[in-house]
Design a protein around this ligand. Structure first.
Ligand code: NDP
Length: 337
């Protein structure tokens, strides 16, 4: 902890986030779901999706763009396809409901898909991926956002930062989960760098004139680059298609054109896929077979499994709490009245 931070327990973070949302138009059930995600992000050291998102959440409640009293509904399109209507609310409540139904459908059919529509997504995807892994399921999820990333070779931001997440359950251990933006860096991380006065590494983005820059403010006004050049650009395009055209939701550029620019997340969708390993492959062999791979990876010095950084943070935060920037805390407390 430094002089500019204040130590909070996870329950204090969750209560503060919930109070802030309820003071600004959320009912208890919606505020509870969002604040659980915020506390989990702070717990896992993913601060770009923690308390710093509250001003944006509040702005969209105040402007009326987001329904703080949403009652999401789950509709079965078939035995293995679910559609969750978020009722114009924040995604976490719809996902809490949807992932339970998705798990049940995947266990019945072996594989199941979920289309989350009519919602507003601001958060990290590992949260819902872990909910699937907790049910013993392999899962994937992706969502789009607002244009922030250049298509390879292009000059104008078109794709969202479009994260794609994947989770693999492990018996007796934390699941292996990767969750990565299609951009070189997530926009939330760029915002964090801007608010902390840090410069960005080379190759993250360009300014509004399309010139490479390490200034986070200039990148926020300009555009980010996709990771891995044209390969990341194609993944960003795939996310637009899966979380947009496939499920009847908007592309990032459509979301931006409909958005009221209140600083909160635009309307958007999420696509999820869940697979029950018991229905595919060789009985229980999939688990030990996967452990063989994980063992080979970790046998090499300098490697680690994705998700391990978060789990390390989690272990410490559960014991000691989280050091929160005092400036941010004051801002959130002011919003909570
Ligand atoms: P990072 O680049 O920090 O990490 C991406 C993934 O790579 C993580 O799973 C991370 O695991 C893993 N990883 C990092 N370093 C290593 C390593 N050395 N070896 C193995 N694995 C590694 O994340 P991003 O900045 O790309 O994305 C940040 C978050 O932003 C995501 O959670 C994403 O869902 C969210 N996001 C949400 C959006 C929305 O609209 N809702 C839009 C864009 C992004 P670990 O976590 O353990 O470090």
């Amino acid at each position: 902890m430094t002089a500019n931070t204040t130590l909070l327990s996870l329950s204090e973070i969750e209560s503060l986030a919930a109070a802030c949302l309820m003071a600004n138009g959320c009912d208890e059930i919606n505020a509870g779901a969002v604040s659980r995600v915020i506390a989990a992000a702070e717990r896992d050291g993913c601060h770009a999706h923690g308390l710093m998102r509250l001003p944006g959440y509040v702005a969209a409640l105040r402007s009326g763009k987001v329904n703080g009293h949403a009652r999401p509904t789950v509709h079965s399109q078939s035995a293995a396809v679910l559609r969750v209507d978020g009722d114009r609310g924040y995604a976490p409540l719809a996902l809490e409901l949807g992932t339970q139904s998705l798990g049940g459908a995947a266990k019945q059919a072996g594989i199941a898909a979920l289309a989350l529509v009519n919602t507003h997504h601001f958060a990290a995807l590992w949260y819902e991926i872990e909910m699937m892994a907790a049910q013993g399921l392999v899962a994937m999820a992706c969502t789009s956002y607002k244009p922030a990333v250049l298509p390879a070779g292009g000059t104008r931001a078109l794709y969202g930062t479009n994260p794609l997440a994947f989770g693999w359950p492990r018996s007796g251990g934390q699941p292996v989960v990767f969750d990565q933006a299609s951009a070189v860096m997530a926009r939330g991380e760029v915002m964090l760098a801007a608010s902390e006065g840090r410069t960005l590494p080379e190759g993250v983005g360009v300014d509004p004139q399309g010139q490479p820059t390490t200034d986070p403010q200039a990148v926020l006004k300009g555009a980010l680059l996709a990771f891995g050049g044209y390969k990341g650009s194609s993944i960003a395009m795939m996310v637009e298609l899966l979380a947009g055209a496939l499920i009847g939701e908007c592309f990032s550029f459509e979301a931006a054109s409909r958005d009221n620019e209140d600083g909160g997340p635009p309307r958007g969708g999420e696509f999820m896929l869940a697979i029950d390993p018991a229905h595919l492959g060789d009985g229980d062999g999939w688990q030990s077979h996967a452990e063989l791979l994980f063992g080979e990876i970790c046998a090499q010095q300098g490697t680690r499994l994705p998700g391990e950084r978060r789990y390390r943070h989690r272990a410490v935060a559960l014991q000691e709490g989280v050091a929160v920037s005092t400036g941010l805390l004051e801002k959130v407390r002011a919003l909570a009245g």
